[in-house]
Design a binder for this molecule. Structure first.
Ligand code: ATP
Ligand code: MG
Length: 235
């Protein structure tokens, strides 16, 4: 579904991704894990079109998306809940969701999507008139995911959905991520909380210093003492 082929990318003259290759198949949850500064968010930004690789290719459903700007990539079925959430604090929950669905013209589809998201995250329904800035961290994360779902993606990119959120809320958000994938959306989840990501992902890529150091089935990575100690800091 998504194939990243040997991309090199970075900022100004600093290349931070040195030949990343990665695949995501339909209906899969894939984790991208690794330490601070490894290049996880940069990889996500390459998929959304925010950063253009200097070398390599990114293909979605068979076609290269490299020439496309971010606003042309969303309608193909890729959407992202970015690191730091990036929601509009001075707009209501409902208005934020509405913005995520700005490309949806059909009112019935729009209503179905909002119902779907309110069903996944009942707290958003209860608080739909509330300003986003007044939500708790966990609720803001639910809103960021909900907003990304409004475009009806086939591939959902989640950059650190657990960051700064109480563990009990993290667990419930992760349950929802599994539910979203079971309903037919592939998910690429970036996490520093490695144990958590490997629990829900079928496969994972371990990234360090702009390269993929290991990849495989999550279950195998979780049983690999060397990988856990060396890359993941899980004791
Ligand atoms: N906007 C930017 N301009 C210049 N350099 C950047 C920018 N964003 C990230 N970098 C650099 O690129 C490298 C990879 O950063 P990136 O944000 O992709 O890492 P990450 O794996 O997402 O880390 P974290 O887990 O801390 O979010 C780092 O060395 C970082 O300093
Ligand atoms: Mg990051």
């Amino acid at each position: 579904m998504l194939t990243i082929q040997d991309i090199y990318a970075g900022y100004d003259k600093a290349v931070v991704l040195h030949g990343i290759s990665l695949d995501i198949h339909p209906n899969e949850v894939v984790a991208l894990v690794g330490p601070n500064g490894a290049g996880k968010s940069t990889t996500i930004r390459c998929i959304t079109g925010e950063i253009k690789p200097v070398k390599g290719d990114i293909r979605f459903c068979g076609n290269s998306i490299l020439p496309l700007s971010p606003d042309k990539i969303v309608p193909l079925g890729i959407s992202c809940s970015p690191e730091g959430r990036n929601i509009f604090g001075n707009l209501t929950v409902f208005e934020n969701l509405r913005m995520g669905g700005f490309l949806v013209r059909d009112k019935n589809v729009l209503k179905e999507r909002i119902d779907w998201i309110f069903n996944l995250f009942p707290r958003l329904k209860e608080r739909h008139k509330q300003l986003a800035e007044s939500l708790s961290g966990g609720e803001q994360q639910m809103l960021a995911i909900g907003r990304a779902l409004m475009s009806g993606p086939r591939l959902l990119l989640l950059d650190e959905p657990s960051l700064g959120i109480a563990p009990v809320i993290v667990d419930s958000i992760y349950e929802k991520i599994t539910e979203i994938s079971q309903q037919g959306t592939s998910v690429l989840v970036v996490e520093q909380n490695v144990g958590l990501a490997l629990e829900i992902a079928q496969r994972a890529y371990v990234m360090e210093s702009g390269k993929i150091h290991h990849s495989g089935m999550s279950a195998d990575l979780l049983n690999d003492r060397y990988i856990l100690d060396t890359y993941l800091g899980v004791k």
